[in-house]
Design a binder for this molecule. Structure first.
Ligand code: FES
Ligand code: FES
Length: 156
């Protein structure tokens, strides 16, 4: 079946197996490798992206469900090769080790901060509870969230 989706502002399409996931569409057919495939079971958050503005695990969404809809991936956050402030904060805070989880965290943090500019520590932990990192121990990721939130509020 042909799936046609607006991805990061551009209409893209591919002829796919009807059971193909949105993650497979993005990675295998569109060459958008920012969304990672770590568990393919909705457990780790590494494949996170937005579907019509809602945060989803793309491994759990059929590509067919994205037909004639809007998808935004981590690639859509950077501005002409310039990192998004959240990405910069992750780098500066040492919140990236192997980096496999990082795009999913960045998308989840962006989703949180666009809804709430000054989230409490508990809110941050709750918002990121669907994202797993095997390397960092999370402390530096939380530092990165605080730094990014402050910068996006214009405080530093
Ligand atoms: S790969 Fe989708 S949640 Fe882990
Ligand atoms: S930095 Fe390696 S899994 Fe998070």
């Amino acid at each position: 079946m042909v799936v046609r989706t607006r991805v990061n502002g551009e209409w893209r399409e591919a002829d796919l197996w009807p059971g193909a996931s949105l993650l497979a569409f993005l990675r295998d057919h569109l060459g958008l490798y920012g969304s990672k495939n770590a568990c393919e079971q909705g457990e780790c958050g590494s494949c996170s992206a937005w579907l019509d503005g809602a945060l989803v695990c793309t491994c759990l969404v059929l590509a067919a469900q994205a037909h004639e809809r809007e998808v935004r991936t981590v690639e859509g956050l950077s501005d002409g090769g310039r990192l998004h402030p959240i990405q910069e904060a992750f780098v500066e805070s040492g919140a990236v080790q192997c980096g496999f989880c990082t795009p999913g965290f960045v998308v989840a943090v962006a989703d949180l901060l666009q809804k709430e500019s000054n989230p409490s520590p508990a809110t941050v932990r709750e918002a990121l509870s669907g994202n797993i990192c095997r390397c960092t121990g999370y402390a530096k990721i939380l530092d990165a969230v605080n730094l990014a939130a402050a910068r996006l509020r214009g405080e530093s």
